[in-house]
Design a protein around this ligand. Sequence first.
Ligand code: SF4
Length: 98
Amino acid sequence: MNTMKRRNVIGLGGAAAVAAVAGEAKAAARPSAAQLKDMVPSLSKASVGYRDIPWDGRVCGACVWFKPPDAGSTVSHCHLVAGPISAGGWCEAWMKRG
Ligand code: SF4
């Protein structure tokens, strides 16, 4: 998330939680599998500017917070953002996986 986009996130409702999670997500080392396993998605799509289309070549499927569909399902989720998402979507908390 660039500085401009982070400012936009901070200026939205529920900003403290969003800034804390998204900011920490950006600043922190990549989360371990154990950390991801324990996370409960709590950010709304609106608070992080989620959309079902890529941005600048970045997609949820290449994001460290992406949760692939469970076996037998086609619905993807996110470790940060609540609700179903698209592997081809994007939000301002995006962080390149691996
Ligand atoms: S881009 Fe946003 S919604 Fe998509 S997986 Fe990453 S953090 Fe979740």
